[in-house]
Design a protein around this ligand. Structure first.
Ligand code: DGP
Ligand code: NA
Ligand code: NA
Length: 216
């Protein structure tokens, strides 16, 4: 039943390494929710269309573009803050929001470059906390066999291995237990992964009367 009345929409995040099918799955999920009569919006991070997002796009596409790791990190976080009020408003109107990447990518990618994990988390403190996180992953062995990454800054297999290690830290955290879910995509079709994703979302379709939690 579509969410109504005082129920807000749920904030559903799909996270994952580069090229693990995140964008395909978030698109499918949004279509499925909409086809069942739920109000839903997709928000993809980084949002490269904003002024800060344009700078992020240059940073990702042009490896000669000089920016310290800390400054890059703060730009990605600022990009999330640019959209935070809109996300909150949308949820409060009873609309579901599906996120393609969010704070966990922010921390994992920057910590993989060697920045302090807690320092990386701090600028995101206070952002709307997802009600459900679906982390799409694959084994390190499979990750190492992958080729054909694009030319963007982080699309190098060894670096992806380090990012995976940082993401796996969230899975092990007590505070993440109630929201963090892992879906291994290895050897699965788009439909199979879609079914796994839907299985996690199905229980949330009534919306919730709980206030929006804050990150950390
Ligand atoms: P995507 O458009 O989803 O392919 O993301 C672009 C790249 O940017 C990808 O390699 C992951 C990385 N990325 C996404 N969000 C963040 C973030 O918040 N911080 C950092 N350092 N990297 C990020
Ligand atoms: Na990418
Ligand atoms: Na981002």
């Amino acid at each position: 039943m579509p969410s109504t009345g005082s129920h807000r929409g749920q904030l559903i995040l799909v996270e994952g390494l580069d090229r693990c099918g995140k964008t395909t799955q978030t698109t499918r999920l949004v279509e499925k929710l909409a086809s069942q009569g739920h109000k839903v919006e997709l928000v993809k991070f980084p949002d490269r269309s904003t002024p800060i997002g344009k700078l992020i796009n240059t940073y990702l596409c042009d490896k000669a573009f000089q920016l310290s790791d800390e400054a890059a990190h703060l730009l990605f976080s600022a990009n999330r803050w640019e959209l935070a009020a809109t996300i909150t408003e949308t949820l409060n109107q009873g609309t579901f929001v599906v996120l393609d990447r969010y704070v966990y990518s922010g921390i994992a990618y920057s910590a993989a470059k060697g920045l302090d994990f807690d320092w990386c988390a701090s600028p995101d403190k206070g952002l709307p906390q997802p009600d459900l996180v679906i982390f799409l992953t694959m084994s390190t062995e499979k990750l190492n066999q992958r080729s054909g990454f694009g030319g963007e800054r982080y699309e190098i297999s060894e670096f992806q291995g380090l990012v995976k290690e940082k993401f796996d830290k969230f899975a092990a955290m007590e505070s993440m237990r109630s929201i963090w879910n892992v879906v291994n995509v290895e050897g699965k079709s788009i439909e199979q992964v879609g079914n796994d994703v839907w299985g996690l979302v199905e229980g949330l379709l009534q919306g919730t009367s709980q206030p929006i939690h804050k990150f950390l």
